[in-house]
Design a protein around this ligand. Structure first.
Ligand code: UTP
Length: 280
């Protein structure tokens, strides 16, 4: 069973300035809960209770969120407000948290490599918490885990994306192995629509095997001059099986204004019982 889940939270969140000037993008609340808490809940439900963060400057609020706040605890004790803290308290009691820092923002691939000191020599999950995901029946990490347990290899989450926005995604190429599972032959980071090999875009959920670290050592800076995780998984896919899981559910890009607003509306409707399908 995979127990470790790596959260990449060092990015600068420039698409959300000025909100992210002093506040981590991952702490932006959808309704009353920060994005990163949704991600940690998803990991825990999928059975991953060892939560590892690659964090950076100006991100201390994330560590504080997963720590006691004695003054606040005393203040709300035995009041109606206390219930609002039950979810985060449950996560704190059930998860272990560890942190390492990325001093220079050299890209998500670089961040995963730095995370090795926490994730070690075993398969692990990866969450980019600005992608807010709600699976149908099982959450998205759980769906990836099921594919990993069946095939024993690295798995990336994908969804169909409009071709004209392929340059916002990593795009996978390959053949369907079974319903919802693609045998990946290559991955391209942010291709122009004309050269995108498919309409399957990568979403910020992964299960990676430790061979990824060696692949990360062999990539050069790619799109935006950053070490791209997509490029390292492409190296891996040339040497061993890599699968893509076309998950069942919804995903919101909360790093963008449109996605953030859509997520807020969706969660509001869920909270107040206006959605028929139970989501997790
Ligand atoms: P993004 O490109 O979406 O995040 O990276 P960003 O750089 O924070 O956002 P914008 O584009 O400037 O608005 C995807 C994920 O990888 C992490 C980010 O925190 C985000 O979760 N990341 C990115 C790192 O941890 N380190 C990096 O060097 C780059």
């Amino acid at each position: 069973m995979i127990q470790k889940c790596l959260f990449l939270v060092a990015g600068l969140g420039t698409r959300f300035l000025p909100a992210t000037k002093a506040m981590p993008k991952e702490m932006m609340p959808v309704l009353d809960k920060p994005l990163v808490q949704y991600g940690v809940e998803e990991a825990l439900i999928a059975g991953m209770s060892e939560i590892c963060f690659v964090t950076g400057r100006n991100k201390r609020a994330i560590e504080d969120h997963f720590d006691d706040n004695v003054e606040l605890d005393i203040h709300v004790k035995d009041t109606a407000r206390e219930e609002a803290l039950s979810g985060i308290r449950e996560l704190m009691s059930k998860c272990k948290f560890s942190y390492t820092r990325q001093a220079q923002m050299l890209g998500p691939g670089h961040a995963v490599k730095l995370g090795q000191i926490l994730t070690g020599d075993q398969p692990f999950g990866v969450v980019l918490s600005d992608d807010l995901c709600f699976g149908t029946e099982r959450n998205v990490l759980r769906q990836l885990l099921d594919v990993h347990q069946k095939y024993g290899c690295s798995v990336v989450a994908v969804q169909e994306v409009p071709r004209d926005v392929s340059d916002r995604y990593g795009i996978v190429a390959g053949e369907f192995l079974e319903d919802g599972v693609v045998d990946v032959t290559s991955l391209v980071e942010k291709p122009a629509p004309a050269s995108a090999p498919s309409n399957l875009g990568i979403v910020g959920r992964y299960i990676l095997t430790p061979e990824i670290y060696d692949a990360l050592d062999r990539i050069e800076p790619g799109v935006s001059g950053e070490y791209q995780l997509t490029d390292a998984i492409d190296v891996l896919a040339k040497e061993q099986r890599v699968l893509a899981c076309q998950f069942k559910g919804k995903r919101f890009d909360c790093g963008s204004l449109d996605g953030f607003v859509a997520a807020t509306n969706y969660c509001y409707r869920m909270r107040f019982g206006k959605l028929p399908v139970p989501e997790c």
